[in-house]
Design a protein around this ligand. Structure first.
Ligand SMILES: *[C@@H]1O[C@H](CO)[C@@H](O)[C@H](O)[C@H]1NC(C)=O
Ligand SMILES: *[C@@H]1O[C@H](CO)[C@@H](O)[C@H](O)[C@H]1NC(C)=O
Ligand SMILES: *[C@@H]1O[C@H](CO)[C@@H](O)[C@H](O)[C@H]1NC(C)=O
Ligand SMILES: *[C@@H]1O[C@H](CO)[C@@H](O)[C@H](O)[C@H]1NC(C)=O
Ligand SMILES: *[C@@H]1O[C@H](CO)[C@@H](O)[C@H](O)[C@H]1NC(C)=O
Length: 487
């Protein structure tokens, strides 16, 4: 799926076709690629265990509010999990999936901040001006304060709200930070990516000399200075477990656990790399090790829930959408999310038929070809956008589509799509061509036209993108070597 951009394409293609690994560290932009947390299920092809006892005990029939544990893996490939026949070992995730419901056809945003924005608000980013790129650590930028967040609502519904891991929703002013956006407890980091051991951004792998350097790790709003050398997956699992063990069970718990793993930089402890000794490609070996540590962390966290007797009333979500959480939505702005609980719990048809991936007028546009004058009046097809409706998906603008990587842990066969540079419309039938290989835009102009009409309708509801310039006052050197609020 192309989402609004190439990273997602890369992702799904690589995933669907095979494996994805190395690209994470090759593109600067890919540092921000978020994956495997799924925003909005389109339809559930495989729902297994949906009527199991455990599922029978949750919404619909319950008397007490369930605990909710939402685990987000970052940049994690579709095919990099045991039950998709990966060579990567994920016994805990496989077991959880076999006891739960697998969503095999869902879409994510291709980059970090928008994924988290949608999760936190249930709304498309065109509706609050964050349709361009991610929230950069040195720009005064964040999830607008008039957006109501998921933890805020859950707190009002009686939940204790905890977060451990990666925020990436803004911090230039204190009001944008996790504790001010609905979380009672926070342990983690604020920017988009850093070193797994030193917790400094950028990591040692940064090649950009103009980047600011600083420590980015906090407990509540206080910097954590004594964890240099603790690998973040271990650290975050331990902190999540501490929160579970200290949780007052007279209240339901919401634990949001967006791991740093398995986002770049590619770093893993040696003892986990040894599991993959037989893999020649060291990048692949490291990535596989990162996944396995995360899998172990998930096993430890679920172990703690069991230990405290909380498991029987816990909904655990690993990389899937949140909108079945339709308790009281109270006063939010109009939601773009759907209540998909029936789909998940009983296999009913999904109420969602359409997903707007994005319309980003700030992305470099493609030159408009004369042949596209056919559609030019409906929606300016040189603008970067993507929409899925039913089985169809349209992409417009300058997409720089990635490629397809082939099976196998050590070889790097890679197909590139053969698109002329001025091409600016693609149409795919996702059901028959989930890897988006066969462009049907020339043979189905009527469908292209219908999809562009829909894009134009969405575009009418968009607000202008907000993209502030870099602010030198963000430099951690001015704030005790720490990333943190500067205004
Ligand atoms: C972190 O630990 C490493 C290894 O002990 C050391 O080389 C480095 O200087 C430490 N960094 C900081 C910022 O303390
Ligand atoms: C999981 O728990 C075991 C036992 O306490 C510990 O040795 C291991 O490091 C933990 N793994 C992670 C990833 O936190
Ligand atoms: C939540 O549930 C109410 C009542 O069933 C319904 O009217 C509303 O549309 C639902 N909201 C979402 C976002 O699903
Ligand atoms: C289409 O969008 C591009 C990029 O924003 C712009 O340069 C061009 O002028 C627009 N074309 C029309 C016909 O509005
Ligand atoms: C989207 O709407 C804006 C505001 O009405 C308009 O200026 C822009 O051209 C539209 N974009 C596209 C891609 O048609």
């Amino acid at each position: 799926m192309q989402g609004q951009s190439s990273p997602v394409v890369l992702f799904l293609r690589l995933c669907l076709s095979h494996r994805k690994v190395v690209f994470v560290c090759t593109l600067a932009a890919a540092l921000f690629v978020t994956i495997q947390w799924a925003m909005i299920p389109l339809d559930v092809k495989h729902y297994e265990g949906a009527r199991s006892e455990r599922f029978g005990a949750v919404p619909g029939h319950r008397t007490e509010k369930p605990n909710i544990v939402f685990i987000l893996a970052d940049d994690y490939g579709w095919n990099d999990i045991g039950y998709h026949n990966s060579f990567i070992r994920t016994p805990n995730l496989d077991r959880l999936a076999s006891e739960g419901v697998k969503l095999e056809n869902y879409y994510v945003q291709p980059i970090c901040s928008p994924s988290r924005e949608q999760l936190m608000t249930g709304r498309y980013q065109i509706h609050y001006g964050l349709q361009h790129s991610v929230i950069m650590c040195d720009r005064p930028h964040g999830l607008p304060l008039d957006e109501v967040t998921l933890p805020q609502r859950l707190k009002e519904n009686g939940y204790s709200t905890y977060m451990v891991g990666k925020w990436h929703l803004g911090f230039f002013r204190k009001e944008y930070m996790p504790l001010q956006r609905g979380f009672e407890r926070f342990f983690g980091y604020l920017t988009g990516g850093e070193d797994y051991w030193t917790h400094r951004k950028p990591s040692q792998f940064s090649k950009d000399p103009s980047e600011f350097h600083g420590l980015d790790l906090r407990d509540q709003d206080k910097p954590v200075l004594d964890q240099n050398g603790t690998y973040s997956t271990h650290l975050f699992a331990r902190k999540a477990i501490e929160m579970i063990l200290n949780h007052d069970q007279s209240k339901p718990m919401f634990l949001y656990l967006p791991f740093q793993a398995v986002h770049g930089p590619l770093e893993a402890p040696e003892e986990y790399k040894r599991i993959y000794e037989d893999i020649d490609n060291s990048l692949v070996r490291t990535y596989a090790a990162m996944v396995t540590v995360m899998d172990e962390a998930v096993g430890n966290v679920t172990g703690a829930l069991k230990h405290r007797g909380m498991w029987r009333n816990t909904i655990l979500i690993f990389s899937t959408g949140e909108h079945f959480l339709n308790g009281s939505t109270g006063e939010t702005k109009p939601l773009d999310g759907f209540d998909v609980w029936d789909t998940i719990s009983t296999g009913a048809a999904s109420p969602r038929k359409e997903i707007l991936h994005n319309i980003d007028p700030l992305k470099p546009s493609s030159p408009l070809q004369s042949s596209h004058k056919l559609y030019g009046d409906i929606f300016n097809t040189s603008v970067y956008a993507a929409l899925r409706s039913g089985d169809w998906k349209i992409l417009t603008g300058s997409q720089d589509r990635g490629g397809w990587k082939h099976e196998g842990p050590s070889h790097n066969l890679f197909d590139k799509p053969n698109d002329p540079p001025e091409k600016s419309i693609w149409l795919f039938n996702i059901r028959s061509d989930p890897e988006e290989k066969k462009d049907l835009s020339d043979s189905h102009p009527g469908i292209v036209q219908d999809m562009l009409i829909k894009l134009a309708e969405y575009n009418k509801t968009a607000v202008s993108p907000f993209w502030p310039p870099r602010d030198l006052r963000a430099n951690p050197a001015l704030h005790g070597d720490l990333w943190g609020p500067w205004l």
